[in-house]
Design a protein around this ligand. Structure first.
Ligand code: ACM
Length: 510
């Protein structure tokens, strides 16, 4: 649906005329009692109502990035309410996006909601997109049509000043153990965007499967992608399909971080190109869940030529600043070989203007402070990273691994890091892992050994990933389990309307 160009040209003073002449007796509503997740930084209620109805229109700054954000909101409002904001005959406007450079912090936005208008201010389209998610969540699930001749959706009035605590609020999806289609990934991304998640880390390669086309090394997918854990069909993304994911994420202001896991977790690569193998074992297809048995030959120059091609091709498709090299569980790589390898791969990553991220083991190498450690397991490695002035991303397995079962009844998932029910997933403090300046943020990984379908993916991800989104966005003072669980209960309707197969944990009054 197109944003009506007519609407873009409306002057702001049009706001002064307003819908006050429609004499609707709104129920008083309290902005502080809404169900927004993540909880915003500051909410000031003024206890009145703004009516979203068939007369509501939208004005946005006349520039493509902002127009795209406006169209996104228009489409989502139509999906939720049936209202078509482009189809109003009115000569004034009630929802207005304003570019405001004074809101200088990244992703910071302000919503000013009065009886007559809803104004979103932000410095750029990315920040506006975060604010749009708040607007979407403020719209009630059903219209209050008892007080008026037409259905209206009453949004409580007041002011919201909001910005994230951490710049990195992510989730990782393992498409190597089981492959997920472009359509599956898009569906997941669209729901993540609603919770202001801004990073999608995609684990593209592992022992059981290589999932991205590399044009200079075609056997990676011809041979390395044919199956996955437990056998089955496997799959891979062509470069065009991977780009489709990157573009779809970018439309939602989500950055994609590609991961090629090495020097361990590389059986599928060595199956395709035997010379890569560094432990002298005969290479066979593996479909078990075993880890730690594979390694590249870290002392062969041809291995680094291969890695250079892989990093170059994927980096060219990935506009974000990061390249994730895995680096975890290289249990059959000698320590000195591992350090030599990570040091050398860091240079390759930098050659293609990317910053290296690796699982926490990479902090044992001689990395620059520009590289990042993703802490999943080891306090010691986290401290090593801090000693090297590296930033860290927090993914502690016992708290943030989406592939852990919720409880003994869980249909999918593993339990090596323990059960992670919905409250355990929420009740921890990223702030306790290091100073806010040293931590980039929170990322919840979803390893794919036990899931094959989007329904199974959603069962493990939702609702826990919603809690991680709040841990990454909301300050510690503003977080509380009692508040969160009540707000989350209201999100069941959103999840059901979007056909998300969430786990209906008994800890939440859905
Ligand atoms: C990991 O869970 N091996 C990073």
């Amino acid at each position: 649906m197109k944003l009506d160009a007519r609407l873009l040209l409306l002057p702001l003073f049009a706001l002064l005329s307003c819908n006050a002449n429609r004499d609707i007796n709104f129920p008083t509503t309290d902005l502080t009692l809404t169900q927004v997740i993540p909880q915003p930084l500051e909410v000031i209620a003024s206890n009145d109502g703004f009516a979203l109805d068939q007369h509501t229109s939208l004005t946005v700054p006349d520039n493509m990035a902002w127009r795209n954000v406006g169209e996104y909101l228009i489409n989502k409002i139509e999906f939720k309410t049936g209202l078509d904001l482009t189809n109003t005959s009115k000569t004034y406007t009630d929802i207005v996006f304003i570019k405001d450079e004074r809101l200088e912090d990244d992703e910071s936005y302000q919503l000013t909601i009065s009886k007559d208008s809803l104004v979103l201010r932000a410095k750029d389209a990315e920040a506006a997109f975060r604010g749009v998610q708040t607007i979407r969540q403020l719209i009630p699930e059903s219209s209050n049509d008892t007080l008026s001749t037409q259905p209206i959706w009453v949004i409580p009035t007041g002011i919201i000043n909001d910005k994230p605590q951490y710049e990195h609020r992510g989730t990782m999806l393992d498409v190597a153990r089981h492959f997920f289609s472009v359509e599956d990934v898009k569906k997941y991304l669209d729901v993540l965007a609603y919770y202001k998640i801004n990073v999608f880390h995609i684990h593209l390669t592992d022992d059981q499967g290589w999932r991205i086309e590399i044009k200079s090394w075609p056997r990676l997918t011809e041979v390395g992608s044919l199956t996955g854990v437990g056998g089955g069909p496997g799959g891979f993304y062509t470069q065009e399909e991977y780009k489709e994911i990157v573009d779809y994420a970018a439309e939602r202001h989500i950055m994609v971080i590609p991961e090629v896991d090495m020097p361990g977790h590389t059986n599928s690569a060595s199956l395709a190109y035997n010379f890569l193998n560094g432990n002298g074992k005969e290479i066979e297809q593996v479909t078990s869940m075993a880890v730690g048995y594979s390694t590249f030959d870290t002392r062969k120059d041809t291995v680094y030529q291969f890695i250079d091609d892989v990093v170059r091709e994927i980096s060219a498709l990935s506009p974000g600043p990061y390249f994730h090299i895995g680096g975890d569980e290289s249990l059959v790589t000698k320590e000195e070989d591992y350090i030599y390898f990570v040091d050398r791969v860091e240079k390759i990553v930098e050659l293609y203007d990317k910053r290296l991220i690796g699982w926490d083991e990479v902090a044992t190498a001689n990395l620059s402070s520009n590289s990042v450690a993703q802490v999943w397991n080891s306090e010691e490695n986290k401290e090593l990273a801090f000693q090297k002035d590296m930033k860290v991303i927090l993914s502690p397995a016992k708290k943030a691994y989406l592939d852990m079962k919720y409880d003994t009844d869980s249909k999918f998932g593993l339990r090596w890091a323990g059960y992670i029910p919905v409250d355990t997933a929420y009740l921890w403090s990223p702030e306790s892992y290091g100073s806010i300046d040293d931590v980039l943020g929170v990322e919840a990984p979803l390893w794919g050994e036990t899931i094959r379908t989007i329904d199974e993916l959603e069962y493990l991800a939702f609702p826990r990933v919603i809690g991680y989104a709040e841990l990454g966005w909301t300050t510690q003072e503003n977080r509380s389990w009692n508040s969160y669980k009540k707000r989350l209960a209201h999100h069941g309707q959103f999840l059901r309307r979007n056909n998300v197969s969430y786990y209906p944990s008994e800890k939440i009054d859905w």
